[in-house]
Design a protein around this ligand. Structure first.
Ligand code: NAD
Length: 251
């Protein structure tokens, strides 16, 4: 329970990876603030399970982020995790989707960070963990907005790592390969269309083709790494982009 007394905000934590990270931080004693969309009753159950508060802020809206940060109070551990995907050839990529993906997957992390950092600096301790992706290191076709945003998130993380290093605050990316969550499931139909493939072909010949283990990463594995990054032993892990991709980006 080494995180007792620390407050963690995990964006996009009503589902998938963010929920696993929130559970892992809660298990170590952190007070958790959840964020994300979903069924009201299910979110109420999650709040009960994790003794957590919840913000339904839409992180593509700067005003809503500011309200969320204001209501959340001083944050010790900031996990920028909310994200979305859209799969389409660049010349057909919907302009509105590009804007939404850039604002959710990249710009939201800037806003939460700028608002969380003053309290972290004042306390001389903080952890910023950004869920990037293998797509922050390498690209795949038809994911122009996602790849651009995730590469940008890596650059942003390195920058704040340098700025905050002398204040006891670290900033790192965790970069999963494919994790079986709604985000992955939802991109299968568009990928089938963009590549003219069946569902099985998309799973085996696109999603898992580069993941050397040929297995999906489990959300709990990301939770465990986020916990490690909060430990004292990780105080010199700073500005890193940690792959959890079964070997995908080793190639
Ligand atoms: P998910 O779809 O299961 O969860 C996404 C979360 O973000 C949900 O809680 C959702 O409500 C929330 N969200 C969506 N739009 C939002 C908005 N506008 N404002 C606030 N919250 C919003 O997805 P996931 O797979 O758990 O993805 C989490 C993160 O992990 C994303 O940043 C994603 O890019 C990244 N990632 C996922 C994979 C994967 O294979 N699943 C791989 C690499 C990186």
């Amino acid at each position: 329970m080494f995180l007792k007394g620390k407050r963690a905000l995990v964006t996009g934590s009503t589902s998938g990876i963010g929920l696993a990270v929130a559970r892992a931080l809660h298990a170590e004693g952190a007070e958790v603030v959840l964020n994300g969309f979903g069924d009201e009753d299910e979110i109420a159950d999650l709040c009960k399970e994790l003794s957590a508060a919840h913000s339904g802020a839409d992180l593509t809206d700067t005003g809503q982020i500011e309200t969320m940060m204001d209501e959340a109070g001083e944050i010790d551990i900031l996990v920028n995790n909310a994200g979305m995907q859209h799969v389409a050839p660049v010349e057909e990529f919907p302009v509105a989707k590009w804007d939404t993906i850039l604002s959710l997957n990249l710009t939201a992390a800037f806003h939460t960070t700028r608002l969380a950092v003053p309290a972290m600096k004042a306390k001389g301790w903080g952890r910023i963990v950004n869920t990037a992706s293998a797509h922050s290191k390498v690209a795949s076709p038809f994911k122009s907005a996602y790849n651009a945003a995730k590469h940008g998130l890596d650059g942003f993380t390195k920058t704040i790592a340098l700025e905050l290093a002398e204040h006891g605050v670290t900033a790192n990316c965790i970069s999963p390969g494919y994790v079986w969550t709604p985000l992955v499931e939802n991109q299968i139909p568009d990928t089938m269309k963009a590549r003219g493939m069946s569902r099985e072909q998309v799973i085996n010949d696109v999603l898992l083709v580069k993941q050397a283990t040929k297995k999906f990463v489990q959300p709990e594995e990301i939770g465990a790494l986020a916990v490690f990054l909060c430990r004292k032993e990780a105080q010199n892990v700073n500005g890193a982009n940690w792959s959890v991709d079964g070997g995908w980006t080793a190639e």
